[in-house]
Structure formats: structure tokens, C-alpha cells
Design a protein around this ligand. Sequence first.
Ligand code: AMP
Ligand code: MG
Length: 357
Amino acid sequence: MKTIICSIQEENVEQIAAKAAEIWKKGGLVAFPTETVYGLGGNGLDKEASRKIYAAKGRPSDNPLILHIAAKEQVEALVSKVSDAGRLLMESFWPGPLTLIFPKAECVPLETTGGLNTVAIRMPNHPIAQALLKKSGLPIAAPSANVSGRPSPTLADHVIEDMDGRIDMIVDGGEVGIGVESTIVDVTGEIPTILRPGYITEEMLRNVVGEVDVDPAVAGSVSAEIKPKAPGMKYRHYAPKAPMVLVEGDDATVVEALNRILAKAKKEGKKIGILASQENAGKYQSGIIKVAGSHRDLTSVAHNLYRILREFDKEEVEKIYSESFGGEEFGQAVMNRMKKAAGQQIISARTLMDTEM
Ligand code: AMP
Ligand code: MG
């Protein structure tokens, strides 16, 4: 398939939105920027389009898709019930990086929801996403526009790397803002439950609806026997090709441990990647050092993370060691993505010095 790649500017938004709508109406796929990451969109009410999305991504078909809409009024037709908490959260955070899970209406095919009787919906606030969604009038199923398991795309180039030749069109709207996926909250039960942390934090949600639960799978404690509520959680995700390890500890010990590893790797001619903080980057003596951002500003880390993981892939490093970023609030979303990229491999700098030397 020949993929149309077009760069969107203020002058051609209408024209490109019309083209995207035409493709979606015919059952085709269009990748487009949102405020979180690039999405791979298809008509969410068309089961064939959903099948094409799974095929293009190589995504397991029990990992459900999120519907993207242009206006809150579209929700009624897609769900069988909106709880009070659901309504409050829509009013407070839409448009924006918050996905809500509702009981689904008949018209939403099980192919879109990964076989579940619930449906995930979000109203993005990115102007290009809004223009395209509005023009089509359709609920657009749009998972991240990467091959399943790889880091989500934050630039059109990443989408081209993964999807060129597999989909009808890629809309290049430049670099996305947030850089990690939306917060997902299940509002089907009594108490709203966070299934995936994101830019909208637990505290922000609490301020609106009072009590909020966090699904145990968020902490990474999912075993093969437990069926997680957000099925995506059971898969390795956001991962670079090289194995990645998160190193915890105070700055001085982390830097010392990593410098010892780098010295050894240099002698052996091995290529090691370091995902460093702005604060410590200058202290590493060799290796391929990439600055994720500042420990004091985790939005910068979120913004850069996936791009850097892809850069490490291109440079073919053998192993990646990352400083550990995270903490309260938005830090939870950043840490969640880093742990998944590392396949939950976390080690203390002390242990690293004891075991690897
Ligand atoms: P993404 O990979 O960013 O498209 O996000 C899709 C993720 O949303 C899935 O992996 C699930 O974790 C979650 N999700 C989508 N639909 C549902 C649903 N009906 N119930 C629970 N989680 C859902
Ligand atoms: Mg994804």
C-alpha cells in the first residue's frame, strides 16, 4: 500500500481533514497527532477498520482500542450509561488527556473493544485531532501509531518508521506535547478507578470526584493468572530493542555505579546507552548519554522519553541503563512508562556495584 504523507499547516487543515474523513468513511486508516502521542485512527464503528488497526500494529486482538470523539454529545450514542462521576470527569477534563471507560452501547463492535462489554472514550484537545474528528463526525478508534510493543510515536517520523506502507495516510503535525498516553479511568463502578496513570493525576481526579481507586496493575503487580481490567497492562510495552534497566539510588551512588559499568564496557568495546537526568548527564565518563530531562520537571522527561528510546534503537546500543525518574502525581505516569520500557527490571545502584563488577 502507498501511504500518503502530508504535512499539515494552518492553510491546509480543512483540506487534509476532508481527505482523512473520506478515508475513514471508506474503512481506511489515518495516523494523526494528538496532545499525548500520535494515534492510528480508523472508524470505531466499523469492525473491518478495527481489524485493520490490529493488523497494522501487530497488536493482540484482546487489547481494546480507545474511541476518539470531537464533541461530548457523541458519548450518548456510544454508551449504555453515564455515571455521575463519569459526567463530572467529562465536564472537568474534556477535551484533554483523559480516557473514560463506560458500559458500551450495541453499536460499538466487540472487535473495537477487544471483546469487552465496556468502551473507552476520549475527547482530545489537540487542534489537528479535533479538526479531523470533527470533519468525519465519526468515533475514531485510535491506539498509538506504533508497531505493538515499540515506544509510542511522538513525531511523525516515528509513525513513518513503523507504519509506512501499512496504512492509507500519515498526517505530520510536528512533535506532540505531553509525550505519554492518556490517563485511563474506569467509571463503570461505584468508585472511579485509575487503570493507567497519565497527565491527569490522581489528585486532579480526587479534587473533582472525591474518592478514587487505583487498579493494582498500575503498580506493575500483574501476574499471568490475574486478568487485568485494562488488558494492555499485561503486555510488554513502550520498549526499546535493547534491554533496559532502571537504576535506583541517590545521585552520587547511581553515577558511580554507572561509571564503573561504562568503564568496563569501554574496555570490552560494548555500546551502552545511559538515560540521564540533566542534573547528572555531565558526570558520566563514556557511553551514549541522552538527557531525558530534569528530576525537577518530569513533564520534560515524559516529553522526551519515547523519542530517546527510539534513538537508542537507531544507535544499536547493547544495553540501556536509566536513572530512575518518578515520584508523586505526574511522576507516577512517568515511572509507569519507564518500568514497562525496562520490562520491570529495576536494581539499586548498590546492588549493581556488588553484582556486576
Ligand atoms: P492505547 O494503547 O493507548 O491505545 O490504549 C489502549 C488501552 O486502553 C488498552 O491497552 C487498555 O489498557 C485500555 N482500554 C481500552 N478500552 C478499555 C476497556 N473497555 N476497558 C478497560 N481498558 C480499556
Ligand atoms: Mg499504545
